[in-house]
Design a protein around this ligand. Structure first.
Ligand code: URA
Length: 202
């Protein structure tokens, strides 16, 4: 069962000391949501509030992410799964180093093997680079589909970047509308969101 398997993996990852991030973080923020979800949202790594609560996206960026999910007709408990490229908070919220991304990648891969999502939304540069390589730039590739194993990957802006640059929100919404289209195409043809009714999608 994916729920129990994820719980077991979460316990294993909680004792990880592969990199030095675990020395300064309060704990591992594994991820949360519906274990059988077909859609996963991947951020960068925990911030201060996430490290305090050991839950992903519970600070200001998380509040915006919840609104983005709601606009898509999704929510973190019932239809989506939320995780990060690195599971421990980098000191002072610095960007994770490439080695830290690599060290944490097996945990992410193990999670994805259990979750088996159809769609992964990559939120911001760090998540994008963890999947698509160090040269990938959000400004250039947001809104374009990528295929990896059985997953459709959609790079878009990180909610924290959208809080700093609200003028990018319309770009992000266009990306997310493509995600809703794909979700309707391959997961649930009857998926409803009043913000993007089905009749306007084609
Ligand atoms: N930013 C992220 O990338 N992940 C979180 O969990 C919180 C903020």
């Amino acid at each position: 069962m994916p729920t129990e398997d994820l719980q077991k993996l979460s316990e294993e990852v909680s004792s990880c000391h592969r990199c030095a991030l675990r020395n300064t973080a309060r704990g591992v923020v594994f991820g949360e949501g519906l274990a059988t979800s077909r859609i996963v949202f991947c951020g960068e790594g925990p911030g201060a509030e996430e490290d305090r609560q050991l839950r992903p996206f519970v600070g200001p960026a998380g509040q915006l992410l919840d609104k983005m999910l709601a606009a898509m007709g999704l929510d973190r408990n019932h239809t989506a799964y939320i995780l990060n490229a690195v599971k421990c908070r980098p000191p002072d919220n610095r960007t994770p180093f490439p080695e830290e991304l690599l060290q944490c990648r097996p945990h992410l891969d193990a999670q994805l093997r259990l979750l088996r999502p159809a769609i992964v939304v990559l939120l911001g540069a760090t998540a994008i680079q963890s999947f698509l390589g160090p040269e990938a730039r959000v400004t250039r590739i947001h809104g374009t589909w990528h295929r990896e194993q059985d997953m459709w990957l959609m790079p878009t802006y990180h909610p924290a970047a959208l809080l700093r640059n609200p003028q990018w929100k319309s770009f992000a919404w266009n990306d997310l509308k493509q995600v809703i289209d794909k979700y309707r195409e391959i997961v649930d043809p009857n998926h409803v969101t009043i913000h993007y009714p089905k009749s306007t999608t084609k």
